[in-house]
Design a protein around this ligand. Structure first.
Ligand SMILES: [Zn+2]
Length: 340
């Protein structure tokens, strides 16, 4: 069976220049258009995939998930920038609405690693539409789909951007898949906790995440309340976790997920658990070939139609191969041929 791969055609319009995450402006931003190029190049070699470019933008649909003032702020900022300009807030406060600041981004963001360029929001809306197109196809066909979302989305909350994310692609797609009476859990296997995604968790779209310690890594939690959601199940990976330990913790989450008896599922597929990904501080020790095993494990346990939706992953040399391994393992599980 051919699996559709939805690709945002405007993703390269978002090209952040520097990552100020550690306050040092010399770091080249890792969240680049080449990430998608590397994956598409690798996927062209995989049989039974059908690449579909999406050019629409989800201007109206993002309002079903994010607050209107937040969306309008993002659009207004982008409109006022020149081509080479980037906006990064410098004053942070929960409410800046009465401040004399010309731009009030510091109330929608709490870090400086996620710049907004003139065409950033345009690209983020295009990626949101890509996730929604994949969900729509799944509702039509009842089959799996893949969405190569960029910029990623799992750090974007109801009225908050950050962690290279602006709109929450996974939870935008979860809405139609869950509908009014179905269940569509989100399984997040990105290296980082999706502090945006967890905000949207509920009984019909529960959240399951396997991640590096979120107190010691982005999003650098500062209160237990940020984890206190009744329909979120979290597993923290220890420093130096290898595949066998990873599989045990993934299995724990998958058991909890299947207890919800999902109708559809979404995998927030971050590939930054690869040992060579320089974004890591905690040495999660997955190798390229391990992604086959992880894909297979998920494909065996989650039997319902599943959307594989890209989140992070920054090792350009190995990113395409990791995605290919994951898909091959996932497809092998789907086809019932699980030996390697
Ligand atoms: Zn990540």
């Amino acid at each position: 069976m051919t699996t559709p791969v939805f690709v945002p055609s405007l993703q390269a319009d978002h090209c952040p220049s520097v990552d100020l995450s550690d306050g040092i402006p010399a770091i080249e931003h890792p969240e680049t258009p080449e990430r998608i190029d590397a994956i598409v190049t690798a996927l062209n070699a995989v049989p039974d995939l059908d690449l579909i470019e999406i050019s629409e933008m989800a201007e109206e649909q993002v309002l079903q998930l994010h607050d209107r003032d937040y969306v309008e702020f993002l659009m207004a900022i982008a409109e006022q920038l020149h081509d080479q300009q980037e906006y990064i807030p410098s004053i942070f406060h929960p409410d800046l609405s009465n401040s004399p600041l010309r731009f009030q981004g510091g109330m929608y963001c709490r870090e400086i690693g996620t710049p907004i360029g003139a065409r950033t929001i345009h690209a983020a809306l295009n990626t949101a539409a890509t996730a929604l197109s994949a969900a729509s196809r799944m509702l039509d066909t009842g089959n799996d789909a893949i969405a190569l979302c960029r910029p990623p989305g799992h750090h974007a909350g109801k009225r908050r951007y950050g962690g290279y994310c602006y709109f929450n692609n996974a939870y935008l797609a979860a809405k139609p898949l869950a509908g009014s009476s179905r269940c569509c859990p989100v399984l997040d296997i990105d290296y980082h906790l999706g502090d945006g995604s967890i905000e949207f968790s509920n009984s019909s779209t529960p959240y399951f995440s396997l991640h590096a310690d979120p107190w010691q890594n982005y999003p650098y939690l500062d209160s237990q309340e940020q984890l206190d959601y009744p329909h979120a199940s979290l597993e923290t990976l220890r420093f130096g976790t290898d595949l066998s330990q990873y599989q045990l913790q993934l299995d724990t989450l998958l058991d909890k997920l299947t207890n919800y008896q999902p109708d559809y599922a979404i995998v927030s597929l971050g590939l930054d658990t690869l040992a060579s990904d320089t974004i890591q501080d905690d040495d999660i020790n997955l190798q390229v070939k391990d992604f086959y095993t992880v894909g297979q494990q998920i494909g065996i346990k989650i039997q319902t139609p599943t959307l594989l939706l890209l989140e992070g992953g920054y090792d350009l040399l190995n990113l395409g191969q990791c995605m290919m391994e994951f898909l091959n393992g996932f497809q092998a599980a789907r086809n019932g041929s699980i030996q390697r």
